[in-house]
Design a protein around this ligand. Structure first.
Ligand code: GDP
Ligand code: IMO
Ligand code: MG
Length: 416
């Protein structure tokens, strides 16, 4: 097996960071193919928590190469901060990080536009992370962006960015008063660009050569399938394809080279930001999930909305990604529930045709197991009701569960 991918199957924050960190132990390279600093991937090693945004989670193991693929939108200022943060933990990065020359650059203007777009949407705001993701992908699609290889002509970028800033002010996309702040941010931005252009390379040849040599590559998804620009709960989505079909486009490796697609699935459901959520719980159970699961956004610090597992969306996600198996995370968060519900259908229509904000979930109720599973490492030792819950998910999603995560730590995983 040469290329294995790990993708979020829900609205993000499924625990991808933790799973990538575990599964990359004997891997040569970890690559990101989409998204940017909107991601927040948490890893707990020896009791110390690290949150990664743009660096792949493989960066926490010294011998692993890290690739930021052409499909990403990369913020140089934030990336430089992140490199410093990881290096401060004693890990060296310089010789093992490669940024695709074709990746798009997120500028301070993109971030200002993200913020002002959100403000102008008022009650219809998406609840973005304000990391400039949407405006940067918009520039990419309208053929108006900067690529990492363009950083070799920084003078041209400076000129173009000045024009774009004036244009955005004239069109009232941003305020005249934003100009002073942006000017300061541009200085920092250009400094970061000068440093990071040395990390730029042809990652496409690099990855394909690695595949030829039978090196092991792990592909790390960001966000989740329900935030996919095509398949997600549009318009409350992110601006990239987060699903398996984009791995090839975002890295430049052919679909025939991808051996496994693993889905990371939280044992219940969360969402951060606005948008429909049929199984959302605005009651004690919802609060219990939020508190027990520490459901707080790793990038924005916002409380995540919580609800029961939605198997309609889960099955859909499994289909569009063609998962070879799934990994259930945070099963331990359900330890103290008397009863656990799973939505198996919508009473009034089928997804994706139904408008999700109108969907009325129909539930089945399963008994809880009422005991702590965080120290269990052997599938057979799980309580019968936990096994029943997992078997029900497996049946509803029509895909095998290969791993179960029972806590934040590296060691808290059950492999089947
Ligand atoms: P990601 O964006 O998919 O990488 O997920 P986040 O890091 O944003 O959020 C997942 C959160 O759940 C993090 O705080 C993890 O430390 C935590 N976590 C991951 N797996 C488990 C698990 O099995 N049990 C519990 N209790 N927490 C987990
Ligand atoms: P990870 O990789 C959860 C959500 C935002 C918002 C929508 C659009 O940690 O799972 P954007 O800034 O991308 O334009 O915001 O997408 N969102 C995430 N939610 N986890 C993430 O990443 C997310 N990245 C973006 O909250 O609703
Ligand atoms: Mg996250």
């Amino acid at each position: 097996m040469s290329v294995v991918s790990i993708l979020g199957a829900q609205w993000g924050d499924e625990g991808k960071g933790k799973i990538v960190d575990i599964l990359c132990e004997d891997i040569d390279c970890v690559a990101r193919f989409q998204g940017g600093a909107n991601a927040g991937h948490t890893i707990l090693i020896n009791g110390e928590e690290t949150i990664l945004h743009q660096l792949p989670s493989g960066v926490m193991r010294e011998n692993i190469k890290c690739v930021l693929g052409n499909g990403m939108v990369i913020d140089p200022v934030a990336l430089l901060d992140e490199i410093k943060m990881v290096e401060s933990k004693g890990l060296k990065i310089r010789n093992r990080l490669s940024i695709s020359s074709l990746a798009n650059v997120v500028t301070p203007l993109h971030k200002a536009l993200d913020t002002s777009n959100e403000t102008s949407l008022g009650e219809m705001a998406i609840g973005t992370t304000k990391k400039g993701i949407g405006p940067c992908y918009a520039d990419k699609i309208s053929r108006n962006g900067f690529l990492f290889k363009d950083l070799n002509n920084l003078a041209d970028i400076k000129k173009s960015l000045e024009e774009k800033t004036e244009n955005s002010i004239n069109r009232k996309y941003i305020k005249e008063s934003d100009k002073k702040l942006l000017k300061d941010q541009y200085n920092e931005f250009y400094k970061a660009c000068e440093i990071l252009r040395d990390y730029t390379t042809d990652t496409i040849s690099m990855l394909n050569e690695m595949i030829k040599q039978n090196s092991k590559i792990l592909v790390e998804g960001a966000q989740g399938s329900l935030l996919d620009i095509d398949f997600g709960t549009y318009p409350f989505v992110t601006s990239s394809n987060t699903t398996a079909g984009n791995i090839s486009t975002g890295l430049g490796i052919g679909p025939t080279k991808i051996d496994k697609v693993l889905g990371v699935v939280k044992a219940y459901l969360t969402r951060v930001g606005a948008g429909p959520f049929p199984t959302e719980l605005n009651d004690n159970d919802g609060q219990k999930l939020q508190k027990t699961g520490f459901e707080i956004g790793a990038t924005t610090g916002r409380q995540r909305r919580c609800g029961w597992f939605d198997a309609v969306l889960g099955k859909y996600s499994s289909q569009i990604n063609g998962f070879t198996s799934i990994i259930i995370t945070k099963l331990d968060v359900l330890d103290e529930f008397d009863e656990i519900k799973i939505c198996t259908k919508y009473k009034n229509g089928k997804f994706p045709d139904i408008n999700l904000k109108d969907a009325e979930p129909e539930y089945i109720i399963l008994p809880g197991w009422k005991s702590s599973i965080c120290n269990i490492r052997d599938f057979d030792k799980l309580p019968e009701n936990a096994k029943k819950y997992l078997a029900t998910l497996e049946n509803l999603l029509d895909v095998r569960i290969s791993h179960i995560s029972v806590g934040k730590g590296r060691e808290q995983i059950i492999t089947r």
